[in-house]
Design a protein around this ligand. Structure first.
Ligand code: SF4
Ligand code: SF4
Length: 94
């Protein structure tokens, strides 16, 4: 039986840092981005475009460090580094 994304994410332990390791370099670039692809390619649903505020929010605490957004944003508008100081994720079941 296959597991839902939520069930799979439950198998990951997070130690969230206070500061984000994911930075949107320029919100104006997001404003003019036609596809808003980050809202779809992130497996942990980290990025969300807010049309009223005209900004992309970043729920960095949910990041599973797959690295996709570093390459998949068409404008390379996401600065990506690993969380420091022992923060980030631990895969409990491999
Ligand atoms: S895909 Fe890149 S440029 Fe487009 S909204 Fe997301 S972060 Fe911004
Ligand atoms: S590294 Fe992966 S999980 Fe983390 S924000 Fe980027 S796409 Fe999402």
């Amino acid at each position: 039986m296959s597991q839902s994304i939520e069930e799979r994410l439950f198998m990951i332990r997070y130690k969230a840092a206070e500061q984000s390791h994911l930075i949107i370099k320029d919100q104006d670039t997001c404003l003019h981005c036609k596809t808003k692809e980050c809202n779809f390619f992130c497996p942990a649903d980290v990025y969300d475009w807010h049309p009223d505020e005209k900004k992309t929010s970043v729920a960095f605490e949910n990041c599973i460090e797959c690295g996709t957004c570093r390459l998949a944003c068409p404008d390379y508008n996401i600065e990506w580094v690993y969380p420091t100081g022992g923060h980030g994720i631990t895969y409990k079941l491999g």
